[in-house]
Design a protein around this ligand. Structure first.
Ligand code: FES
Ligand SMILES: [Fe+2]
Length: 443
């Protein structure tokens, strides 16, 4: 597929009031294979948190696109990222999701590696009648081309020509800082994670995280449950989201998009006192200043394209996206929390998380069901174009709005206003990046 072929899948003429995406992006297997090669294996992807391997010889495994990866901390405490594939005949060297091992002995023929990926033993090498050519090759685990760490968020890239990580992340780092700085000691994963799949394309998840428009329709049952709790009709008095204030005209919400496909939506918070973070806010204000502290209490849903999302509106959630097929996606979801918060606050945080975000929560199944409905609807092959990228198109502005200026960032686009705009221009960044990476790969 040439660059010109790819141009036919995205219409990007915002100046003329038009932006659209072809439905084949969600249903075409050839495009999916190219996405794995040129997007997931051609750009930076999120791997995990440094705190998932806190001590020397700890490791955890993950994926870059279709390729198995292991992140290990060596004897001196340095993190490395390698393809999780024995150099001999390919078996995964670390078969577990996470663990602790000074040495990794391949289960198949017994080649051994240390936690820095170095080959220590080709079993029975001395009797192997090997040639000089064999000895010329490195037998170490293959390090991935680029590996970066932004304040404990680990990213990897199989493409040596990708830009440096700070450039890739750009001003989204402000929003990562809002997560890391919630405690002087940083954030950690609350033990336990959920993994689930949905029968839909991965870009449905990319869109949904920053989709304001779906909340009051797709999550209407949750809205009603919250109302019942407030009126005392329900025995469960847990406060998670305040929908009474959600749509209020007094609340400003907005969005920013960035280079490389990243995007964030934000909203002022009428009821900051129902955030687990609230009891710590005075300490936070002193440490990071009033503006950052205020933004920590805003609702924020951040997507770092193409595979990680951090949502903070009830509790704090991290989602990692792994596409399995054009119509199947695996999600790994985690509750994040500031290190050192009180037991009482941690309990409240977990209850909120279970209530809304968890795979068994009141929100997630609404979303995944809608994704699967979309995927079924895409089988209507005589319809080629979506109509879902147009709301807000005459309101979005290039560069920084006043809110961006206040926090000192320079996004590609900004948009803000009352809830009811329910802007859809926020999605444009991801499709621009889709086209850029796919065309770069096609070259
Ligand atoms: S595949 Fe690992 S030792 Fe043979
Ligand atoms: Fe949702």
């Amino acid at each position: 597929m040439t660059g010109r072929d790819l141009d036919q899948f995205v219409i990007d003429r915002v100046g003329d009031g038009e932006f659209n995406v072809h439905r084949d992006l969600f249903r075409d297997r050839t495009l999916f294979d190219l996405e794995m090669k040129h997007i997931f294996e051609g750009s930076w992807v999120f791997l995990g948190l440094a705190s998932q391997a806190p001590n020397p010889h700890d490791y955890f495994t993950t994926w870059i696109g279709r390729q198995p990866v292991v992140i290990m901390r060596d004897a001196t405490g340095v993190l490395g990222a390698f393809l999780n594939s024995c150099r001999h005949r390919g078996a995964t060297v670390c078969p577990h999701e996470q663990g602790h091992a000074k040495y990794h002995v391949c289960p198949y023929h017994g080649w051994a590696y240390d936690s820095a990926g170095k080959n220590l033993d080709v079993r029975d090498r001395q009797h192997g009648q090997y040639s000089a050519a064999f000895d010329r090759d490195s037998h170490d685990l293959a390090a991935i081309a680029k590996f970066g760490n932004y304040r404990g968020f680990l990213f990897g890239c199989l493409n040596a020509d990708a830009p440096p990580l700070p450039q890739h992340l750009g001003d989204t780092r402000f929003f990562l800082d809002l997560v890391v700085d919630q405690s002087p000691h940083g954030v950690e994963l609350v033990p336990g994670s959920s993994t689930y799949t949905f029968n839909g394309n991965w870009k449905l998840q990319i869109e949904n995280c920053v989709d304001v428009y779906h909340v009051l329709s797709a999550h209407s049952s949750f809205v009603k449950i919250v109302e019942r709790r407030r009126s005392g009709e329900s025995a469960n008095q847990l406060e998670a989201l305040d929908f009474a204030a959600y749509r209020s005209a007094a609340i400003t919400r907005g969005s920013f998009t960035f280079d490389y496909g990243h995007a964030v939506i934000w909203a002022q918070n009428a009821t900051p006192q129902i955030r687990p973070l609230f009891p710590m806010i005075d300490e936070i204000k002193q440490r990071v200043g009033a503006i950052k502290a205020e933004w920590m209490l805003y609702s924020r849903n951040l997507t770092l394209y193409p595979n990680v999302q951090i949502a903070e509106n009830a509790s704090l959630q991290m989602r990692v996206i792994r596409p399995l097929a054009v119509d199947k996606t695996e999600m790994r979801i985690y509750c994040l929390a500031p290190i050192g918060e009180s037991d009482h606050t941690r309990t409240f945080r977990i209850r909120q998380y279970e209530d809304f975000f968890n795979v068994s929560g009141l929100a997630t199944p609404d979303d995944t069901t809608c994704y699967e409905d979309c995927q079924t609807g895409y089988r209507a092959h005589s319809i080629n174009w979506q109509q879902g990228y147009a709301r807000g198109i005459t309101a979005v502005q290039r560069g920084a709005d006043d809110y961006a200026k206040t926090i000192g960032i320079t996004p590609v686009t900004s948009q803000h206003g009352p809830h009811d705009i329910q802007d859809e221009t926020i999605f444009h960044a991801s499709y621009r990046e889709w086209l850029r990476l796919m065309k770069a790969g096609a070259k």
